[in-house]
Design a protein around this ligand. Structure first.
Ligand SMILES: *[C@@H]1O[C@H](CO)[C@@H](O)[C@H](O)[C@H]1NC(C)=O
Ligand SMILES: *[C@@H]1O[C@H](CO)[C@@H](O)[C@H](O)[C@H]1NC(C)=O
Ligand SMILES: *[C@@H]1O[C@H](CO)[C@@H](O)[C@H](O)[C@H]1NC(C)=O
Ligand SMILES: *[C@@H]1O[C@H](CO)[C@@H](O)[C@H](O)[C@H]1NC(C)=O
Ligand SMILES: *[C@@H]1O[C@H](CO)[C@@H](O)[C@H](O)[C@H]1NC(C)=O
Ligand SMILES: *[C@@H]1O[C@H](CO)[C@@H](O)[C@H](O)[C@H]1NC(C)=O
Length: 558
């Protein structure tokens, strides 16, 4: 409320002035404006059609925030677990008065008046006509695009902002980036679904050593799944799922809260996320964070990100199955997203991202020259990234192998963070099957950090149990739910939550998880080299991280 009042004050009193000839600079010069495969351009957007833009205001004291983030996350630091409230984070990083006024004047002077601010005061979201937006951003041209299911408004012309705003804005959202995410695959197998095992809650709980008393019981605990693919879940599917598969462990059958719209058709991803986080993180309040039904110019991922900064009280663990190719994004944009993850970690939140479903990935840089293709935010040093595994034998709850789709590799943008240097160097020194060095940057942030089963899930959708669902977006909510169980035990002992998990993980990885050592992820399967990606070893590796959960061992964290 205060924030909103603040902005009204700043924005008031500037009447529209005629715009000056545009002397602009590009923000995010590295952002791709290529229309992704599967999308096609429709008509030009009408002058009076409305668009929504998100302005990321330059923050202050980001260095101090980062320093604090590492301290509260490091189990050997005296500040470990001493998290900050959103209010405290805000007073540290909120934009300067000058920034707020400069951006406010610019918007107001351009006729933009319908704006909302987040509680942390570093994002402003404004609605305006396309005509005003196109002038505001130095001549972008908005079109509608469709992928057959939904339409979005985007511009293939890069945006400019007046030169004097360069030091006040990190980026403007809602112009170039298309909705993206990892789509679960239906991996048809040669065997009949009823003869082979498949993965459902009792299998997960057995494999990961969750007994029927390993469920949440602290009322203060909560976890969330975030959605980006225009998806909803149906409460009746969740109930049916728990009726069919929920025997043998206490659980909830309804979510505690839905943020955003909550109606529409049931989607596979949404249904799976909610069904599985509530099966591993059983009996824990679960939020479903929906970004569907938003305005067609908004970016779903940004809607979630700003939402987290606009609530004083959010769940402790967030499972997010979303990612873009790192090479399609501008480093300044990614750095700002990283700052948002630092804000979250400093508040004690644990953020998990799926590592992606294309193995090490592949990008053609020129004829006959390929490189691996990392994904972001999987490659962010400030989140925990989850890869995938499959049962060695599809008929037995036994050993796990790396799933060949499991996203994994090295960032080309972010340096390797201290917490993982020793583990990664050991891997690089020890691995006998490393791909050629020209395919990746061995000094970059390496991922994933952990893994869980990603193959052959059963999901109830439209009341029907559906087999063969696969993807690291299945592994992520499973791992997230298990970290929520650890938080629960910590709360019961009056301790603070896990927060950013990696520094602790890399200090104790050997002792917490089941180490996956068989199978490789896919890479550039080109005619030239027919190259696989990376292959696991004992200990950490860039396919399955430290391995998959073993709750008996993980309980030692508490
Ligand atoms: C933040 O939340 C407040 C109150 O819930 C709301 O009025 C405001 O519009 C939100 N801001 C944004 C940018 O969504
Ligand atoms: C953990 O799970 C494995 C595999 O299902 C099982 O063999 C073992 O007995 C379990 N151990 C404990 C301590 O629960
Ligand atoms: C489930 O959680 C509630 C608190 O949310 C707790 O009161 C209850 O005892 C828990 N049930 C079990 C079986 O632990
Ligand atoms: C690499 O491995 C060799 C032999 O296994 C060992 O002598 C050497 O110290 C290792 N180097 C690093 C940087 O770990
Ligand atoms: C490694 O990173 C540098 C700097 O970001 C980049 O120029 C180079 O292309 C990257 N190498 C690969 C194999 O992607
Ligand atoms: C988990 O750890 C327990 C205790 O060390 C062990 O008995 C069990 O076999 C482990 N489970 C797996 C799947 O490795």
């Amino acid at each position: 409320m205060l924030a909103a009042v603040g902005v009204c004050v700043v924005f008031a009193g500037f009447s529209a002035v005629l715009s000056q000839p545009f002397n602009g600079v590009q923000l995010e010069p590295g952002q791709s404006t290529r229309v992704p495969d599967g999308w096609k351009q429709l008509e030009r957007v009408g002058d009076s059609d409305s668009v929504v833009l998100t302005f990321a205001l330059k923050q202050q004291n980001v260095d101090q925030l980062e320093d604090l983030f590492w301290r509260v996350s490091d189990p050997d630091n005296e500040k470990y677990g001493k998290y900050l409230s959103l209010e405290d984070v805000t007073s540290l990083v909120e934009p300067s008065k000058e920034t707020v006024e400069t951006v406010g004047k610019w918007l107001q002077g351009s006729g933009v008046t319908d704006c909302r601010v987040v509680l942390s005061r570093d994002f402003v979201e404004c609605s305006m006509s396309a005509r005003i937006a196109e002038r505001l951003l130095g001549g972008v041209k908005f079109h509608r695009y469709t992928d057959g299911k939904r339409t979005v408004i985007r511009s293939e012309v890069k945006y400019l902002v007046p030169r004097h705003l360069k030091n006040h804005l990190d980026f403007v959202g809602g112009v170039h980036r298309f909705p993206s995410g990892f789509k679960l695959q239906v991996k048809e197998k040669n065997y009949q679904p009823n003869f082979h095992l498949g993965v459902y809650p009792s299998i997960i709980r057995e494999r990961y050593n969750l007994s029927k008393t390993d469920v949440g019981s602290d009322p203060k605990n909560a976890q969330a799944v975030a959605q980006f693919l225009e998806q909803f879940y149906h409460a009746t599917d969740l109930e049916e799922f728990m009726r069919v598969y929920g025997g043998g462990f206490p659980h909830m059958t309804e979510t505690a809260k839905v943020v955003g719209p909550d109606s529409g058709g049931a989607g596979l991803e949404a249904s799976l996320d909610v069904q599985y986080i509530m099966s591993s993180g059983a009996n824990i309040s679960t939020w479903f964070w929906s970004t569907a039904g938003r305005h067609e110019s908004q970016e779903p991922f940004l809607v979630w990100l700003t939402g987290v900064s606009n609530m004083t009280s959010v769940p402790w663990v967030h499972s997010v199955s979303y990612g873009d190719d790192e090479d399609s994004l501008d480093p300044d944009y990614m750095q700002r997203v990283n700052t948002e993850f630092m804000k979250a970690g400093t508040r004690g939140l644990t953020i998990l991202f799926a590592s992606g479903d294309s193995g090490a990935g592949c990008r053609e840089v020129s004829k006959d020259k390929n490189v691996f293709r990392p994904s972001f935010p999987a490659s962010s040093p400030y989140v925990t990234t989850v890869g995938g595994t499959m049962f060695h034998s599809p008929y037995e709850v036994g050993d796990e192998d790396a799933d060949y789709i499991s996203g994994g590799g090295f960032s080309n943008i972010f340096d390797m963070p201290d917490y993982q240097t020793s583990a990664v160097k050991t891997y690089l020194n020890k691995s006998t099957k490393l791909p050629p060095e020209s395919y990746y940057n061995a000094t970059g942030r390496a991922y994933p950090d952990v893994a869980a089963l990603s193959d052959n899930y059963w999901v109830v959708i439209d009341l029907i149990p559906t087999p063969f669902i696969s993807g690291t977006s299945a592994a992520t909510p499973v791992f997230a739910g298990i970290l929520s169980l650890i938080n629960d035990l910590k709360f019961q002992q009056g301790k603070p939550p896990l927060g950013f998990f990696n520094p602790l993980l890399y200090k104790s990885g050997w002792d917490l998880l089941y180490d996956v050592t068989v199978g490789c992820n896919e890479g550039c399967l080109d005619e030239l080299t027919n190259l696989q990606g990376f292959c696991p070893t004992e200990g950490w590796d860039p396919v399955t991280g430290w391995g998959t959960p073993n709750f008996t061992l993980m309980k030692k964290l508490v």
